[in-house]
Design a protein around this ligand. Structure first.
Ligand SMILES: [Zn+2]
Length: 96
């Protein structure tokens, strides 16, 4: 028996192979049903047509709202940094 098979009986290996074959069967079934080219909604994760990002308008709006908020936050962060950095520089030079 080769060393990489140590500790695994023949029955265990056969069971593993059976599981793998079952997985393959499920996948083949999905392909047969036309599920192979699909994406997932980036908001709720539902399966959707390939190339689309959202499953529904609601999800799209949800995502847009989230992105909008993030964008605003980033803008504020940038402005804050833009003000704070020169201030720090001035203070550093002023107290030398
Ligand atoms: Zn969705």
């Amino acid at each position: 028996m080769p060393f990489w098979n140590k500790g695994k009986s023949r029955e265990e290996k056969e069971a593993e192979i059976a599981i793998l074959q079952k997985k393959q069967d499920v996948w083949n079934e999905k392909i047969a049903k036309g599920f192979q080219d699909h994406s997932h909604c980036i908001v709720c994760g539902r399966a959707i047509h390939f190339g689309k990002k959202y499953c529904s308008i609601e999800c799209k709006e949800k995502y847009m709202n989230l992105e909008g908020k993030k964008g605003k936050q980033n803008k504020w962060m940038c402005m804050l940094m833009g003000v704070l950095l020169p201030l720090m520089m001035v203070l550093m030079f002023a107290f030398q």
